[in-house]
Design a protein around this ligand. Sequence first.
Ligand SMILES: Nc1ncnc2c1ncn2[C@@H]1O[C@H](COP(=O)(O)OP(=O)(O)OP(=O)(O)O)[C@@H](O)[C@H]1O
Ligand SMILES: Nc1ncnc2c1ncn2[C@@H]1O[C@H](COP(=O)(O)OP(=O)(O)OP(=O)(O)O)[C@@H](O)[C@H]1O
Ligand SMILES: [Mg+2]
Ligand SMILES: [Mg+2]
Lengths: 228, 228
Amino acid sequence: VIRLQDVRRIYKVGVERIHALDGIDLDIRKNEYVAVMGPSGSGKSTLMNILGCLDRCTSGTYELNGRNTTRLSSGGLAHVRNTQIGFVFQSFELLPRLNALKNVELSLIYAAGTTWLSRRTRARETLVRVGLTERVKHRPNQLSGGEKQRVAIARALSNNPSILLADEPTGNLDTKTSEGVMKLFDQLHREGQTIIIVTHEEHVARHAERILQMRDGQIISDERTGPN
Amino acid sequence: VIRLQDVRRIYKVGVERIHALDGIDLDIRKNEYVAVMGPSGSGKSTLMNILGCLDRCTSGTYELNGRNTTRLSSGGLAHVRNTQIGFVFQSFELLPRLNALKNVELSLIYAAGTTWLSRRTRARETLVRVGLTERVKHRPNQLSGGEKQRVAIARALSNNPSILLADEPTGNLDTKTSEGVMKLFDQLHREGQTIIIVTHEEHVARHAERILQMRDGQIISDERTGPN
Ligand SMILES: Nc1ncnc2c1ncn2[C@@H]1O[C@H](COP(=O)(O)OP(=O)(O)OP(=O)(O)O)[C@@H](O)[C@H]1O
Ligand SMILES: Nc1ncnc2c1ncn2[C@@H]1O[C@H](COP(=O)(O)OP(=O)(O)OP(=O)(O)O)[C@@H](O)[C@H]1O
Ligand SMILES: [Mg+2]
Ligand SMILES: [Mg+2]
């Protein structure tokens, strides 16, 4: 469902050129569960931004569901993002003036065949599933770090995306809350979702069936995990 | 050096009252190394904000170095923050228009007896110590999550504060980078600093000599860690 061929992403800072992605070849099949690990600065978030159609590669191609995304307009990319992809950002990216419930509802605007009532119900359900029943009316600055992270997760999940991209989704969560989130991801995987998760925690990566290791903008290893 | 007595912090959201801190009694001695753990939403960041003089308690008292902070004006609190405390925020809080070097230099403005050259040198040194030699001219939106986290750490450390408060300082760091940061904290502890670190990771907490567990705004356990 995902195919990257010789993807590169170069940032310019002054006269410096940074090869954030330095030639990535990657195939991911439908309903695969992949973890991405690697040192700080190795290109994980950059890879996720390209997979999530939030950024374009400098060169190379990205085929998503057989379609060459490199040829889509920014409107076309936005449509793919809103209908097929759920993205949990490393820095959450919640809208500061909306409370948790509204932040999640907003991602449902693009879901076909919804009414404002069904969106509200669906948003509330997802927030309950990440343990935030008591915090739905809080705005982001009235939430703890781990609560914001869970709103970001709820927002990504509520639209039932076929592809879930999660960048360090448990970085601010204690062990017990983090296990709750991983159980939720595991269940979504059983229900058919394709899941790609960036994490620096071994015990989180082991939920996946395949682990990619990145370094300096390249994938240096790609292993099946043993049965759990 | 730190004494909290029956400290409470209540937030109001609409008609709801949230007891983020629900009666905290805590003594921390000079040069102690304390880890704080607990579920998401249990009050850890709220506790850190009060210890760091960024927030006032709703009731109770906070003595810092024998001085009752509850009586200080906001100017007095700012002075304490700038001269005695180094704070690593859970969400980094870097200034978006300044590059990494300038973000760190800014925290040195209050250090007595510095020139712009000594501040620049000191800021650069601290960024090298957290492995960011190559990224000093990048602004926050040109940095990875873990790089931003390390700039926040460098900024907290460069002023040689007597008390270091770090809220999830390794939440976005891979294991190897995280060990580098913990080695740095351990060294600062040997040099005499008092360190209080919030973390959800066991292996990070074990660097400390004492671990507090929080739940629902209270400290429910307070244990010495065994020798490492
Ligand atoms: N400004 C605020 N207004 C209202 N409620 C708040 C505010 N800040 C925090 N809270 C609530 O107070 C509780 C404690 O928050 P705090 O940030 O201290 O938790 P925490 O232990 O640091 O959690 P985490 O591990 O998720 O970072 C949370 O349930 C949160 O929703
Ligand atoms: N907009 C940008 N401009 C310039 N350089 C950038 C930009 N964004 C990222 N970089 C650089 O590209 C490299 C890869 O960044 P990326 O965010 O993908 O790393 P990462 O693997 O997600 O790291 P982390 O684990 O710390 O989150 C980093 O060294 C970073 O400094
Ligand atoms: Mg990243
Ligand atoms: Mg917190």
